[in-house]
Design a protein around this ligand. Structure first.
Ligand SMILES: [Zn+2]
Length: 88
């Protein structure tokens, strides 16, 4: 992959703006397609939350009915509440 990027860089260097704009653009786009995309700070935060949410959470709605329902993290709790405690 590195070699491919390098050869694309070399090709890019051969072109200047007057030569061939379309070819230049296509090489630029190809070059970008080989780069590893970086996660946004927002995405990193969400992933971290999901990982940190590994601990059991107790559903308060079930608890009030005397049932102990444990959920794996925030997401599971939300899923459980939306499934089991639908508003009628
Ligand atoms: Zn519940």
């Amino acid at each position: 992959m590195e070699a491919k990027i390098q050869s694309l860089d070399q090709e890019l260097n051969k072109f200047n703006l007057e030569t061939n704009l379309v070819k230049l653009k296509s090489l630029e786009l190809e070059r970008i397609s080989y780069e590893t995309p970086k996660c946004s700070a927002e995405a990193d935060k969400v992933v971290e939350e999901v990982i940190l949410a590994g601990q059991d959470l107790v559903c308060e709605l079930c608890k009030s009915k005397g049932i102990e329902k444990k959920c794996k993290g925030d997401w599971d709790l939300k899923l459980h509440i939306s499934k089991s405690h639908k508003r009628k």
